[in-house]
Structures are given as structure tokens and as C-alpha cells.
Design a protein around this ligand. Sequence first.
Ligand SMILES: Nc1nc2c(c(=O)[nH]1)N[C@H]1C(S)=C(S)[C@@H](COP(=O)(O)O)O[C@H]1N2
Ligand SMILES: [Mo]
Length: 239
Amino acid sequence: MNQIELPNHLTRRQAIQLLGISGIGYLLGSCSSELTTKIGELSEPLNQSFGELLVRPQLLIPEFSKSAIDPKALLLNSYEGTPEIDPDEYRLTIDGEVKFPMELKLTALKQIPSTSIIMQHVCVEGWAVIVQWGGFRIRDLAKMVQPKDSARYVLFQSADKYTESWDLASAIHPQTLLAYQMNGQPLPDDNGAPLRLASPIKLGYKLSKWVTKVTFTSQIPKGGKGYWEEQGYEWFAGI
Ligand SMILES: Nc1nc2c(c(=O)[nH]1)N[C@H]1C(S)=C(S)[C@@H](COP(=O)(O)O)O[C@H]1N2
Ligand SMILES: [Mo]
């Protein structure tokens, strides 16, 4: 794998075409509890390939307004403290069952169309806070690396050795981001800089900070469900 500014297998135009909106209408759910039931009942997406999921509308969680953001209420939660990462040396590896594995610098990652979401972060330890995250959709990253039909899960590795595993449908949900901004500012180190997961459809412990590797896979390896999941926490952890 080369360290590159733009995906080396694709011309800039091809990359932009891949990232182009494909005319899919997303359904808007009316409340998040309704979504919980629906996602909870859906076993089907777990058996669908990236191509099939792409054309399937996914329910969107209603977002909060800017005035609801409460920066002071965000508690930090890290099992091992903040790892040291040099942003210039940082690379995100995307590998596994994909057609185009890549290793991308931050400058390349920031060329992926960015978006922002204002959502509630819910930690099972009993706190919740409204946060705004800015970054890019894993959905768009997936369009660049092209998961093979066999891919069903996405594994995330972090610089502090934290691990997570997600079902493919949740990972490529249009509101699931890899974020590099928080509340309109560059993402603070303690909150996962340079890149962390953010998504309103999963509990806090699914939202890995300091993500260094994204692996598309057909199987979750033994012992690889996730740091907390291996200690008994629920794997799907949908909100
Ligand atoms: N790499 C890594 N990611 C992690 C954790 C961690 O310890 N290491 N803790 C998780 C938990 S339990 C929560 S609630 C959120 C907390 O995010 P915050 O510290 O930005 O508030 O990060 C999650 N992501
Ligand atoms: Mo948490």
C-alpha cells in the first residue's frame, strides 16, 4: 500500500464520481425510539452486501439544534488515557475485504466531502450530552475502497489498543461519521484526535476514539467483538 494524497487506484474524477450522490432518498424517522425498534427488528441488513445496502434507504435520526449543544457536559471516558499521535505521521489504514485497500493521510481524509451532525452521545455509565461532530461519512470512505460482496462487518482499531466491531449497515449509515471536529473546533486530543467515530445510532462505547485502522470483514475474529463487548457489554448497542 502506498501513502498517498488521493486514492492511487482512482483518478480524482473517478473518486469524485464514486462519492457522488446516487439519488437515494433517505427515510426520515419521526423519533429515535421508533428507530430503535426498527433497527432492532432488522436482522436482514446483517446479511446484506455493501452494494445491496447502498440502495436501501436507512432511517435517519432527527438531529438537535445548535442551541442544544452543551460543551461543558461532555465527560471524557477513556480506559487508558490519551495516546500520543503526531498528526503529520498519522495514517488511516483501510483494509480487509475491499477492492482498493488504502492508507490515507489526514490531508487526504479531509478531501472526502465533510458533513456535520448534532447528536446525543449516550454513555452507559449514566451520562449523555448533545455534541456536534464534523467529519466524513464511512459510507463515502467505503465507496472509495469498495468493500467486496463478502464484507459484513467493520472492525476499528485505535491507537490506545481499543477495538470495536460494527455491522456493515450501521457503519455505512449516512449519520455514521469519522470525525475530526467537535462543536465547531478541531477535535481535542482527549476526545479522539485526529479521528474518531461519531454516530447517533450507537452507544458511547461503540464510538472509538483515535481510530487508526478500519477493516472490512466477513467475520468478526474470536476475541474481536470490542473492548467492552468482550467483557460482556452488548454487541449491537443500538440507540
Ligand atoms: N479508543 C477509545 N475509544 C473510546 C473509549 C476508549 O477508552 N478508548 N471509550 C469509549 C466510551 S465508553 C465513551 S462513552 C466515549 C467517550 O467519548 P469522550 O471521551 O469523547 O467523551 O468514547 C468511547 N471511545
Ligand atoms: Mo461510555
